[in-house]
Design a binder for this molecule. Structure first.
Ligand code: ANZ
Ligand code: ZN
Length: 787
């Protein structure tokens, strides 16, 4: 009799053999390439939980599937090792971030090995090592030379708890994304990357990549391109012009007041003396608010009249000028014409402060007596002199042209995207390779002098000042130009700079002369599949696209005409436990170790994949893994000398299609159903198992007497004639009662079947006028509408 299925015996054995045989390596460059990339983790002290596993298992399924498809696969892994989490943890544990990070990485690697993934560790990248950050500094210098990195004094988001500035993206509802402290505003000299120069391309090129629609929308909104008109209001009795930005120039005749952002530089110049005190108090109050709070439509409106008046260029009418926090300094021109009749926020503001409301757009050309709320839709223009009777969409164009002719307006475009703030007043990061000389000014470190090494012996506790200022040996340096005494820049780079190019370094990780050989990068890039969480939709993914385009423009790479690095993106859903996202803080972590001990890696892999559609969040059920373990026990007992039935071919097709569309859960169901079929399984079944359950598949393959690894086999092809779909009868119920039947092909999707069922003559009568509360679907058997 066969031994019992004992994963603890076979799994470590195969992991060792695969590594020895070099299965994780990309070697045969005659084959077509496949670059499978995981978002690399930052080495937290907490290690990996089953939520992290989900994406890693999926990427390994793809790696092994592509190997079986005879591709040359690159599947690297590394660590986003600089940054606040490591530094904060090191401070809490009274150790050095270097020691903390190195230990955490050791732990991570041990945990990652348990997944049984084919990672090529020879290509490991660690962003905190000088071998790597030397090239992050090189990247900074390329942007600097190209005029894409600059320093300026700017009001920045500052976290008083982390004692550092934050990028706009790192402020979530006014709070620090890392620690939750309330973010304040500070004026500091900071380094920026000119990502705004790439705004249009970052937007337009989204069309060229295969990404989830919702991720694209997040990027689109983040870039926030808005076509509108700049309209100049003269400030009465002064020499000043006040440009405003609007997307609704058609409403110009209805502008009854103007609002400026409280921080607008003109405010102090035009405020009348009697209003000064009140205005200054309001400006102070505004500083404490985040942009998100400020712009909420439903928020109670506040504001102050500053005593000055502006002239509406359409009709010469004088209107009062106010300041209010709902107008942002850094959007459009920082000032708006207010049309309370047609804008929600303006309406609230006007109602509160008793400002006139003048309707200029109507649903059908007829004015309402009194507006109960803002009418924001398009319509027919009234109260607008020569433009009366026009449709508002045309009115926008006509008024803009009219203003252009009069020299008081122009068509313009506004973006929400700001330049990327890349300097941080923290220790654990890449030093910015710039030197300040009293004679020569700002001098970039010559490339031959890289890396600018991060000194290890530094008091790095956050004080708001850069810790590197305390290191005299770091700070004091000779000017590279005049050899006079000079000082180094003491800020470090945002870790998102480190991660904006790591996927290029994987292509040539050991190069000590260059960041990478462009030939190698051009061979591997763009990545064929990038797997990671949706939380990176706006920061990492936008920055990486930007940097990739810059390097492309600088002729450093040319792997894609648009310089797009990630051809296909897959966003993995999150794992929830007891109703919330798995996290140490929430105390709902499930660790893989115990589960592996009890059920084995293959069972855990299987459950991670089976838990639900991979792009959707899923709730962890401790018992869920048992079903997979039972299935693997059955596989273990099976005899693989069954014939090649049509059902085998249908299963090959189903599993192949499901892998390609990231439906590992239904692929595994198909494997289960096949195993239960009356005729015994055929050995090709093991190859279908292999991407998901590599250890048991390899073991059983060898037991069948094969000398070679199962991963040297080819992915089975199915016989088209044998998979011709049969027709099946679907029963349609309403509230559990049989009401109709339809015939469909057995490969129809659930969506199609439900749609068809809903539309039959009988069923649509049963459903008419009712709301479907729930639709129950039993595969290839039944649809039940609960109304
Ligand atoms: C007059 C108007 C009338 C407006 C109307 C809207 C409706 P998007 O689409 O997001 O670009 N706005 C302009 N600059 C602003 C700023 N710095 N802070 C806050 N709000 C600002 O929105 C553009 C509209 O947002 C602009 O068009 C302006 O209000 C407002 F019936 O101008 B509108
Ligand atoms: Zn000098």
């Amino acid at each position: 009799m066969k031994q019992k299925y004992d994963p603890a015996k076979i799994e470590p054995k195969w992991q060792k053999i695969w590594a020895q045989e070099g299965f994780q390596k990309a070697i045969d460059f005659k084959k077509p390439k496949f670059y499978c990339l995981d978002m690399f983790p930052y080495p937290s002290g907490e290690g990996l939980h089953v939520g992290h596993w989900r994406g890693y298992v999926l990427s390994d399924v793809w790696t092994r599937y592509q190997k079986l498809k005879d591709k040359n696969v690159l599947h690297p892994m590394g660590f986003d090792a600089f940054g606040l989490p490591a530094e904060n943890a090191a401070i809490a544990q009274k150790t050095h971030p270097r020691i903390f990070t190195d230990n955490a990485i050791k732990k991570f690697k041990k945990q990652l090995a348990q997944i049984g993934s084919l990672y090529d560790w020879d290509r490991e990248v660690n962003t905190s090592k000088a071998k790597y950050y030397k090239w992050t500094q090189w990247l900074f210098l390329q942007l600097y030379k190209a005029g894409l990195a600059y320093r300026k004094k700017a009001e920045v988001n500052f976290c008083p708890s982390c004692q550092t500035v934050l990028a706009n993206e790192q402020v979530v509802s006014g709070e620090c994304e890392r620690c939750g402290a309330e973010v304040i505003k500070k004026e500091l000299k900071q380094w920026f990357f000119k990502i705004t120069k790439y705004a249009d391309r970052l937007l337009e090129d989204l069309e060229k990549i295969d990404w989830p629609e919702r991720t694209k929308i997040l990027q689109k909104n983040w870039i926030g391109k808005s076509e509108g008109t700049e309209i100049i209001f003269k400030i009465a009795d002064t020499k000043y012009d006040l440009p405003t930005f609007t997307t609704r120039s058609d409403t110009l005749f209805g502008a009854t007041y103007v609002v400026m952002a409280p921080e607008h530089s003109l405010v102090s110049k035009i405020t009348t003396t009697d209003k000064k005190q009140e205005v200054e108090k309001y400006i102070e109050k505004t500083k404490k608010l985040s942009e998100i709070e400020r712009t909420k439509t439903e928020r109670e409106k506040t504001g102050v009249f500053i005593g000055a008046e502006a002239i509406n260029p359409a009709n010469g009418e004088k209107v009062p000028i106010w300041i209010s926090d709902y107008v942002l300094l850094h959007y459009g021109t920082g000032a708006i014409m207010c049309v309370p009749a047609h804008d929600l926020r303006d309406f609230k503001f006007a109602k509160k402060f008793g400002l006139p409301i003048k309707q200029v757009i109507t649903p059908g050309g007829k004015k309402q007596k009194e507006l109960k709320e803002a009418y924001t839709a398009a319509g027919v223009m009234v109260n607008s002199d020569e433009f009366n009777g026009r449709y508002s969409k045309q009115g926008t164009i006509a008024i803009t042209k009219w203003l252009e002719k009069k020299g008081v307006g122009r068509k313009t475009t506004s973006y929400r995207l700001r330049d990327w703030l890349v300097s941080r007043q923290r220790y654990w990061g890449t030093p910015i390779p710039i030197i300040y000389c009293s004679k020569c000014g700002e001098v970039p470190v010559p490339e031959k002098d890289l890396p600018v090494k991060l000194p290890e012996k530094v008091d790095f506790k956050p004080t708001g000042k850069s810790p590197l200022e305390n290191s005299k040996e770091f700070l004091n340096v000779k000017c590279p130009k005049c050899s006079g005494p000079a000082e180094r820049e003491t800020d470090t780079l945002d870790t998102f700079v480190c991660s904006s190019w790591y996927f290029l370094r994987y292509c040539d990780p050991k190069n000590s002369a260059k960041p990478f050989d462009p030939k190698k990068v051009n061979f591997w890039m763009p990545t064929d599949l990038y797997i990671g969480g949706i939380e990176h939709a706006t920061m990492h993914l936008l920055y990486a696209r930007f940097i990739s385009k810059v390097l492309h423009d600088l002729d450093r790479v040319n792997f894609d005409p648009a310089g797009e690095p990630f051809k296909k993106l897959f966003n993995i859903g999150m794992i929830y436990c007891k109703g919330s996202k798995m996290a140490k803080r929430k105390g709902n972590i499930v660790s893989p170790e115990e589960l592996i001990e009890k059920y084995g890696t293959d069972s855990l892999r299987g459950y991670e994949l089976f838990i639900g559609p991979a792009d959707q969040d899923a709730e962890w059920m401790d018992d869920g893994i048992k079903g997979i373990a039972r299935f693997l026990n059955k596989v273990w007992e099976a005899d693989f000398r069954g014939p090649e039935t049509p059902f085998l071919h249908q299963t090959i097709k189903k599993v192949t299609d499901d892998i390609k569309s990231f439906k590992s859960n239904t692929a595994i169901s198909a494997l289960m159903i096949y195993l239960d079929a009356k005729k015994g399984p055929n050995e090709k079944f093991l190859i279908l198992m292999a991407p998901f359950f590599p250890h048991i598949a390899e073991e059983l393959w060898k037991r069948l007497g094969y000398k070679n690894s199962i991963f040297e086999e080819n992915w089975p092809e199915y016989d088209k004639k044998l998979v011709r779909t049969e027709r099946v009868l679907i029963i349609i119920q309403v509230n559990g009662k049989l009401r109709d039947k339809i015939e469909v092909t057995s490969d129809s999707s659930e969506k199609n079947i439900v749609a068809k069922a809903q539309e039959t003559e009988k069923i649509s009568k049963w459903l008419s006028g009712k709301k479907i509360k729930k639709t129950i679907y039993v595969s290839n058997r039944l649809v039940n509408f609960v109304v």
